[in-house]
Write a protein that binds this ligand. Structure first.
Ligand code: GRF
Length: 207
């Protein structure tokens, strides 16, 4: 079983999708050991509790968005719940902090993120608004490995979502979110079932 730690800052709908996938036994090769939030009031913590998963809040009020000092607390919490660099998996599910290089280097190919655009287009915040403002006809979502650059690591899965003429940020975001809820558990399944291999930036199916 792969020990999984999930980091979330906000609403927690992706977290809910992953924990549903565990409960429904779509995910059978992993165990979610801990959900950590940098915001003590994050609804994600309530969602974790609903699924009987342990939670830790590490308030980052006043802490810079990227901080090795702060990350060491997160790492200690992960390690104390068996999410270790040798065999653990860390899932960023709406985690609004930037991981320090030291954190990323400690868990190579063991941290994934879900982003609401087809990377490398529209990295960073407000990706759905960026896509609408740019005028693209197709956007979507990406699950990728986390490396030292924001929204940049090797791509595991992507799904396109068509932009409609009458879309608002809200309507577009909600159609993208439905796809996020599908591909994030799928990516976790592929990784924890050891179905993938890595060739440079390319993530391929083992044959
Ligand atoms: C999602 O759109 C995710 O792609 C982005 O932040 C949002 C988090 O939503 N990184 P939720 O907290 O999972 O509902």
């Amino acid at each position: 079983m792969v020990p999984v730690g999930i980091l979330a800052s906000g609403r927690g709908s992706n977290l809910d999708a992953v924990l549903d996938a565990v409960d429904n036994r779509y995910l059978t090769k992993c165990e979610v050991k801990i959900v950590i939030s940098n915001r003590p009031n994050s609804p994600a913590l309530d969602i974790a509790k609903k699924h009987h998963v342990q939670t830790i809040a590490l308030d980052d009020k006043g802490v810079p968005k990227k901080s090795w000092d702060y990350d060491q607390k997160t790492i200690a919490a992960l390690r104390s719940h068996d999410v270790a660099p040798k065999d653990g998996l860390i899932v960023l599910a709406g985690y609004l902090r930037i991981l320090s290089e030291q954190f990323v280097d400690l868990y190579p190919r063991r941290i994934i993120n879900v982003h609401p655009a087809l990377l490398p287009s529209f990295p960073g915040l407000d990706a759905q608004k960026q896509a609408l403002d740019y005028g693209v006809k197709v956007t979507g979502c990406t699950v990728h490995l986390v490396d030292r650059e924001v929204d940049h690591g090797p791509i595991i899965l992507q799904t396109p979502v068509a932009v409609r003429d009458d879309d608002t940020v809200q309507t577009l975001s909600s159609r993208i979110l439905r796809e996020e809820h599908r591909i994030l558990p799928e990516a976790i399944r592929l990784l924890t079932e050891d179905q993938l291999k890595f060739e440079g930036r390319r993530v391929l199916f083992k044959t």
